[in-house]
Design a protein around this ligand. Structure first.
Ligand code: AMP
Length: 394
């Protein structure tokens, strides 16, 4: 297929889009329709000359926003649409061409991702309405982790909770972990060996990848498990929920909201979920900002050390995401907590690496596990999986 793929990531009040040509040199048209359903709804994006635009779309719904997005594609008609779908449950181990049975399966999985899957489905429904002839492919955040063995994905809970209610670890950020580990396999002399991946953005997760397959990851049934994130707590004692309910009288909704929206870097620092501001405050002597950085880095290192148990051999560690690509402080602190793994960070390379730049952060002749920064490209990976899915059916 020579036509571009339109990648759509549909939230409850937003649609992120990118038009991706098979030629990697071709400019990407990308943008975001946000605040849908409100008077402030608008479409922000970039044209092929790299110029930004903002178009007000007062009270627009998903269908109206998609129509506006199509008008900004500069006449480059997509040959297919790739949808990011958060939860594919156990049903989807790879991307799937969307038909009624796939839609039913995504609906069934909505119980596991009540905030995300219905919004993703709204995007599919709206696109089908506008372009009924255009093939659409669902690419799942969970699919890459479906290669995890039972010892990694089962919780130590009564079996019926798994067999009758699908309660198990699924993992998320699959397109990102898949993209960076595959890219490392291309760039490094180690190939598709044993890689630890750290996707550190507003959401954060780590993963152990062997031979291009995920063997374990830090997120679980929901994207709340695992390392500390911008506003999410990551791992807490499962007894915390009962304690907060009994001692403080908090409802389940309040506990859920505090753990997802008021915790993490924001909760610890008391300032913000933005690591840049936290790093600046820590430099000015703000004690809780420093604590937030310390807990964040320690939990990442602890998670990576634990995930190393999944790998037959450790060839390297990959940092990605807004924090992983930009924060030399986080990379340095995390590696300093893993001295027994034999990493050898080159400080100059670490300080020089900023967003958009891929490269190795240890010396080329280092024999131990390597350190890489690889900017993630979730949209590019979704477009690639969309193409592969369609080509496999020809
Ligand atoms: P993402 O969700 O991947 O866009 O990542 C967002 C996170 O990356 C936020 O916490 C930002 O503060 C962080 N970030 C972006 N640029 C930098 C930077 N130069 N230094 C430290 N953190 C950064």
């Amino acid at each position: 297929m020579n036509a571009p793929v339109l990648v759509i990531n549909c939230g409850s009040s937003s649609i992120k889009y990118a038009l991706i040509d098979p030629d990697p040199q071709a400019p990407r048209l990308a943008g975001l329709a946000e605040r849908l359903g409100s008077a402030e709804a608008r479409l922000k994006g970039q044209n092929s000359a790299g110029e930004s635009f903002t178009q007000p779309l007062p009270a627009a719904d998903h269908t109206q926003a998609l129509n506006a997005i199509f008008e900004h594609l500069e006449g480059r008609l997509p040959g297919a649409v790739g949808h990011r779908i958060v939860h594919g449950g156990e049903h989807f181990t790879q991307a799937a061409l969307i038909d009624n049975s796939v839609i039913n399966a995504i609906e069934t999985t909505a119980a596991l991702a009540p905030l995300h899957n219905p919004a993703n489905l709204a995007g599919i429904t709206a696109t089908r309405k506008i372009f009924p002839e255009l093939p659409q492919v669902a690419v799942f955040d969970t699919a890459f982790h479906q290669t995890m063995p039972p010892r990694a994905y089962r919780y130590a809970l009564p079996e019926a909770l798994y067999t009758e209610h699908s309660i198990r670890r699924y993992g998320f950020h699959g397109t990102s972990h898949a993209f960076v580990s595959q890219r490392a396999a291309e760039l490094s002399d180690r190939g598709a060996g044993g890689w630890l991946t750290a996707h550190l953005g507003n959401g954060c997760s780590t993963s152990a990848v062997w031979n291009n397959q995920s063997l374990d990851t830090s997120m679980g049934l929901t994207p709340l498990e695992g390392v500390v994130m911008g506003t999410r707590s990551g791992d807490v004692d499962p007894g915390l929920h009962t304690h907060l309910h009994r001692q403080l009288g908090w409802s389940l909704e309040k506990i859920d909201s505090v753990l997802n929206k008021e915790s993490g870097l924001l909760g610890l620092s008391g300032l913000t979920n933005d690591l840049r501001e936290i790093e600046d405050a820590a430099k000015q002597g703000h004690a809780n900002a420093q604590l937030a950085i310390d807990v964040f880095c320690y939990r990442i290192a602890k998670s990576l050390a634990a995930l190393s148990c999944a790998l037959p051999q450790l060839d390297g560690l990959i940092f990605t995401g807004g924090i992983g690509e930009n924060s030399s402080t986080v990379r340095r602190n995390v590696l300093a907590l893993l001295p027994h793994f034999g990493f050898a960070l080159n400080d100059n390379a670490n300080e020089a690496t900023i967003r958009g730049k891929e490269g190795r952060l240890d010396n080329a002749d280092h024999q131990g596990p390597q350190v890489w920064v690889i900017p993630t490209d979730e949209e590019g990976r979704i477009a690639m999986e969309t193409r592969h899915c369609l080509e496999a059916r020809l």
